[in-house]
Write a protein that binds this ligand. Sequence first.
Ligand code: KG4
Ligand code: ZN
Length: 353
Amino acid sequence: MIILSIETSCDETAIALLKAEETKSGVDFEILSDQIASQVKIHAPFGGVVPNLAKREHIKNLPILLKRALKEARLPLGSRASKLDAIAVTYGPGLEPALWTGINFARELAKKWRVPLIPVNHLEGHVYSALMQKSKFKIQNEGIFPLLTLIVSGGHTELVLVKNHLNYKILGETLDDAAGEAFDKVARMLKLGYPGGPEISKLAKFGHRMSINFPRPMIHSKDLNFSFSGLKTAVLYKIREMTQTKFRSKKVKADIASSFEEAVVDVLVRKTIKATEQYKPRAIALGGGVAANDKLREELAKKFPNILLPNKRFTGDNAAMIAVAGYYRFAKSKNWKSSKNIKATGNLRLSKR
Ligand code: KG4
Ligand code: ZN
């Protein structure tokens, strides 16, 4: 079957076309097209995503990306779909004005082409991204579940136990800031560019990881929850202590970035170890924008040599991962009834469904 997917939860407009073929052992996927229009430059002057600007850009980008995707996949779709089997769309979590643009666009297309519409949880996409290595990939039916996934993005930090396709249990989550959010905020304090995560990790490579002993919030707590707001404040105090001359030095900034990154990675790795001890998963995976962080990938791979790390192409928001999650949702229900009343849900959570 062929699925068209649409992702507009934050500041990336994305459309993908994916072919899925069921085999005895699993599903063979092929990404026919994977289009992304990033809005980074538009939001950068504001130091964060402005919801109404994001909405405006999504509305502008969606028809352009659709045209490009159909062309690349060589799918000339007229008013009646000939080859397309379903449309998957992200309906949460994310910025509601942004989510609505994708939902409304998807709804129109589904109506025009008379194909079913599948609502997808954005976080499910990040879970599947670790299983997507290239344009063609296979997801086996056996051997991966229960799968422990660490999702680290701009809006979320969660340890999720995936018991089977579409069956999730949240084991722990952040009580305040998400890991990516902390990266972005600390980058702003250091007067680096936006988004901050990649900037911090670039600068951190020139610093000493042990130069400042930043706190590791909740690292010894019994549960699997996280907290990054105290760490962010500790960085702020450290900067305030410094004289202007000292703060302007690249070396000093690099030491801060490096020690901060070390503290975040330390907490994420320790909690993942704790979760594996408690839940004994068969496989471990990483997903979300912060999964692009080399230090995090390196340290997790040291502890878990078989960890499933997403291809960097799929760490940030993309529509290909939404198509894969949409495929499982569609395939699982024998008589799929197109969801007429999809509603953008900003605070949508992963659950057992
Ligand atoms: O998954 P994502 O693209 O969007 C959300 O769903 O939130 O994640 C974006 C987050 C941003 O906070 C960004 O700074 C962070 O991922 N990020 C990184 C790196 N690349 C992106 N954080 C740390 N190191 C990186 N290399
Ligand atoms: Zn995301």
